[in-house]
Design a protein around this ligand. Structure first.
Ligand code: SF4
Ligand code: SF4
Length: 439
């Protein structure tokens, strides 16, 4: 039986339009915008000034602290501005704008020596230096995950190839097209944290990837492929750990509390490329799809490329386009402009037409209990939402609002169309601002 977790839902997969689409490259535009904040943690600090010449792979902003990463030039050319630009998080944020000279001249990497067998500390340093973050969407700095605190023993690493969000197939294609490099990166990650067991978790709707990965790891000691039930949010860290190992991450806890580390398949590839070839994270693979996209597909795109350029280079959108999302439709972020750039966490761009965009007004809670039955975090979403609406923030906190991972299962299943995720975000923001005020 395929492995899974309790709760969850089955949204329409909508992956057929791109799952067979091989990854192709979108040439970078004339102007790229590289935000200083593309990761969880402190924004990076610029190392360049307007007028400076840059080459591909050059570090243009440095990490500001341990939980931070540097950013690198994705094109060669000249720095045009350092200013606030539209950001996929919904507001203008500081970014470095570069005028592309079209020459695609890289920094000199001829002296690079293979670091895949280097000491754990050297690997962590190189991974940080390459600006690598989790590519599944959360964008947490990878070197931090590779540095568990003293006393936390990691015995299991899980490579996340679940890709449970509708429409997205980038991880699927990356597994099919870069299997050897992903596994090489995975082995380094396992060795850095000293884990004896490794699992590659893949949903059953990707049988070709399961087959290929099984063939590739057949000779690898301690690594196996877990086929997972097709269910959302199967790719969420805690649900993946529960499904594969049976271990339960405690409320407010982290995977390392149960001896696990989870990395996305694309992150493993980025780790390998950084260590083997000295390639910093200047591009990523993403899916562009949705009912309002003319030619859906999977593309390697330079970080900093505006969505408008990606959409047009991929074939353009239809006139029926009503909604633009970064990521998938369940956990993605709706965009109000296509001027925002691709950032390290952009796993997909989804464009939806009228028929797929329901904007029904929420009705009263029917107390049907569906949201409670299906919440993968075993919360009581209807009650938490009610507390937030009524301003009863202490009660919302007591009911575990901070354990909500904003997966959208409750909103998806609710017959009254209550906007739980919006209320969860609002409640958390309110509580955090109260905490700040009270010191
Ligand atoms: S959004 Fe939060 S409350 Fe709703 S199902 Fe997901 S984890 Fe549970
Ligand atoms: S699913 Fe909607 S209507 Fe049913 S209990 Fe939850 S919030 Fe209420």
């Amino acid at each position: 039986m395929a492995k899974t977790f309790a709760g969850g839902v089955h949204p329409r997969e909508s992956k057929e339009a791109t799952e067979a689409s091989k990854i192709s490259s979108i040439p970078p535009p004339e102007l790229v915008i590289i935000p200083l904040s593309q990761h969880t943690g402190a924004p990076s600090k610029p190392l360049v000034e307007p007028g400076d010449e840059v080459r591909v792979g050059m570090k243009i902003a440095e990490a500001d602290g341990f939980i931070s990463v540097p950013v690198h030039a994705p094109v060669s050319g000249k720095v045009k501005a350092i200013a606030d630009f539209p950001h996929p998080l919904g507001r203008k944020l500081p970014a470095i704008q570069i005028e592309n000279d079209g020459r695609d001249e890289w920094i000199d990497r001829s002296g690079w020596s293979d670091l895949t067998g280097a000491s754990p500390d050297r690997v962590r340093e190189a991974v940080k230096d390459a600006g690598i973050v989790g590519l599944g969407g959360a964008a947490f700095p990878t070197h931090v995950k590779l540095s568990p605190p003293e006393g936390k023993n990691i015995d299991t690493v899980i490579l996340n190839g679940a890709e449970c969000e509708p429409y997205l197939t980038a991880d699927h294609r990356v597994m099919l097209e870069y299997a050897d490099d992903i596994i090489a990166g995975f082995k380094v990650i396992m060795s850095v944290v000293g884990a004896e067991r490794g699992f590659i978790g893949i949903e059953r709707n990707k049988p070709d990837a399961i087959k290929l990965m099984r063939e590739k790891v057949s000779e690898e000691k301690g690594i196996e492929v877990s086929d997972l039930k097709v269910k959302y949010p199967q790719g969420a860290e805690k649900q993946l750990i529960k499904a594969i190992t049976g271990r339960e991450v405690p409320c407010g806890g982290l995977p390392m509390d149960v001896g696990c580390l989870v990395q996305n398949v694309g992150t493993s590839l980025a780790v390998y490329e950084a260590l083997k070839h000295g390639k910093p994270l200047i591009s990523r693979v993403l899916t562009i799809s949705g009912s309002a996209m003319e030619s859906p597909g999977n593309f390697e795109v330079r970080i900093g490329t505006p969505f408008a350029h990606v959409i047009s280079a991929a074939g353009g959108n239809t006139e029926a386009c009503r909604k633009l999302i970064m990521g998938g439709p369940m956990m993605g972020i709706a965009q109000h402009t296509d001027e925002v750039p691709v950032i390290k966490g952009t796993s997909g761009i989804v464009l939806l037409s009228e028929n797929d965009v329901r904007m029904e007004e929420p009705g009263p809670c029917l107390r049907c209990g569906r949201c409670v039955d299906q919440c993968p975090m075993r919360l009581v979403p209807n009650e938490i939402a009610r507390f937030v609406e009524k301003g009863k923030m202490e009660a919302a906190e007591e009911y575990g609002i901070f354990d909500c991972m904003e997966c959208g299962v409750c909103a998806f299943i609710c017959p009254s169309k209550i906007r739980h995720v919006h209320l969860m975000k609002q409640g958390k923001a309110e509580l955090l601002s109260r905490r700040k005020k009270n010191g």
